[in-house]
Design a protein around this ligand. Structure first.
Ligand SMILES: Nc1nc2c(ncn2[C@@H]2O[C@H](COP(=O)(O)OP(=O)(O)OP(=O)(O)O)[C@@H](O)[C@H]2O)c(=O)[nH]1
Ligand SMILES: [Mg+2]
Length: 469
């Protein structure tokens, strides 16, 4: 667990990525942000930062002791933005110093700020303060990370929606409904057997079902959301020499891996990322399966089998110009519980493969016929991969709100509790059980927005951020 410092410290960090750029920004946040900045900054128009109005911009220099600075002590020529609490990212006073975008001026400015009383920020500490000060909830804090790290438009869109609070609104509406169900139960109103109460029981059941539907709708989009954000792992697997490495190169559109006509060319698993149908795909070339006494070949085949376990999807490659062999069957045997697309490669050559037998070997799998050499039908393969995950391509109207595994798990836990509660209500179980399950459901929703989340989970979330965010 990372050590967290006191919250009333004023923190400082470089907010822009490392490297050279037109400008680089040093950000200060905390009660003393203005005073610390004032101690380092000399404005051209002599304005004192501690008196500056909020959301104003000032030109000047950063120097060791600005009032008496000899020119040599000037660290950089800068633009300073003053933002006073509470209308800021962290809800604290913030000063942003736009420096020249090299690592030397930026570091020197940060060091000077530390000498003037600031402390270096921890990873994600600015965003964590925004969360702790109640400006954003946990969903939004995590969305900041997703917006920054989104690799595709499809991943960016739901992250932006989360940042704007759409998911939080949905979760909070469900929470309120649950509270509305729990409150009368806790007040001791139970279901005696007269007519009025039978009606109230019906209302209760209907309201609980509505919450259940709401949770289920969010879960339904979650699988897509997680894929959109994290991408999928695809493995090219098959007997030696069927053309796996050639397919890898064809998909990547450059000669990434070695291709020869010798069986056993590929030894290590080689992974690369590409975007297919708007999804980030990590595609892996693996060693071909073959009979061999060679220690190296045996080890590489071992690695292929181990890798299959981690893959979300296996492209089972077979050679159209050969009869289906023992090795092909052996590979198919290992793919029993996996999502599989059969890729019939080398269709530019005369066909010898018995497709009927192939169907028996991998029952129910989808097929694509391609030629890696002639680069034919690769787009059909890409489409098939997309379809495999989204049953049709993902459209802009599709509502994907949940993109995190953490959120998905909490929703699933919430659903289980609601189902238990529904069961208890139906069987006229004790109200204590009902209340317990509903409270648990409420808590699971709170875990998502950060209302009831444990501190170690918070630490884990914010430590994924970079310093300066
Ligand atoms: N005619 C034809 N030849 C192909 C095609 N794809 C691959 N080849 C040839 O098949 C041979 C083997 O190709 P690789 O891509 O190295 O096969 P691999 O499955 O990676 O082989 P290992 O790494 O040994 O398991 C090479 O000579 C390729 O040029 C194709 O679509 N058509
Ligand atoms: Mg290969």
């Amino acid at each position: 667990m990372i050590e967290r410092f006191a919250d009333d410290d004023t923190i400082v960090a470089i907010a822009t990525p490392p490297g050279e750029g037109g400008i680089g920004i040093v950000r200060l946040s905390g009660q003393k942000a203005l005073r610390i900045a004032e101690g380092m900054f000399s404005a051209k128009n002599r304005v004192r930062l501690s008196r500056a109005k909020t959301h104003t911009v000032h030109y000047g220099v950063i120097a060791e002791k600005p009032e008496r600075a000899a020119p040599a002590k000037v660290l950089d020529e800068v633009i300073v933005t003053v933002m006073r609490a509470p209308r800021t990212y962290t809800r604290e006073d913030i000063v942003e110093i736009n420096c020249h975008g090299g690592m030397i001026p930026l570091r020197k400015v940060v060091e000077l700020a530390c000498r003037c009383g600031a402390r270096l920020a921890q990873p994600g500490e600015f965003t964590q303060r925004a969360f702790l000060n109640g400006r954003i909830d946990l969903v939004q804090a995590e969305a900041v990370l997703n917006v920054i790290s989104a690799k595709t438009d499809a991943a960016f869109r739901p992250a932006m929606q989360q940042l704007r609070g759409t998911l939080s609104e949905r979760i909070n509406a469900l929470r309120e409904k649950l509270i509305g169900l729990i409150a009368p139960l806790e007040a001791g109103v139970d279901f005696p057997d007269d007519v009025a109460d039978r009606r109230s029981k019906r209302n209760f059941t209907a309201a609980l079902e509505a919450v259940q539907r709401g949770v289920q709708e969010l879960i339904a989009g979650a699988e897509k959301g997680v894929i959109l954000h994290n991408g999928i792992r695809v493995a090219l697997v098959g007997a030696a020499n069927v053309g796996k490495s050639s397919i890898m190169n064809a998909l990547l559109e450059y000669e990434r891996v070695i291709v020869t006509d010798i069986s056993g060319t590929t030894r290590d698993v080689v992974e690369e990322t590409l975007i297919m149908q708007g999804i980030p795909v990590r595609i892996a070339d693996t060693a071909g399966i073959m009979e061999s006494a060679c220690v190296i070949t045996k080890e590489s085949i071992q690695r292929t089998f181990a890798f299959i376990e981690q893959a979300d999807l296996v492209l089972f490659v077979v050679d159209a110009s050969r009869k289906l062999g023992k090795t092909d069957r052996e590979v198919a045997e290992k793919l029993r519980n996996k999502k599989v697309i059969v890729v019939i490669n080398k269709t530019d050559l005369a066909s010898k493969i018995d497709e009927k037998t192939l169907k028996d070997v991998v029952p129910g799998a989808r097929w694509v016929r391609i030629s890696a050499l002639k680069k034919t039908n690769l787009s059909a393969l890409e489409k098939q991969i997309g379809r495999m995950f989204f049953r049709g391509t993902l459209s802009a109207q599709d509502e994907v709100l949940v993109t995190g595994v953490r959120h998905k798990e909490a929703l699933e836990q919430c659903l289980r509790n609601i189902q238990n509660a529904a069961g208890a209500a139906k069987n006229n179980g004790y109200d204590e059980c009902l209340i317990f399950e509903l409270r648990q459901a409420l808590q699971s929703l709170g875990v998502i927005t950060g209302e009831t989340v444990r501190e170690d989970i918070l630490d884990a979330i914010f430590s994924r951020f970079c310093i300066g965010k």
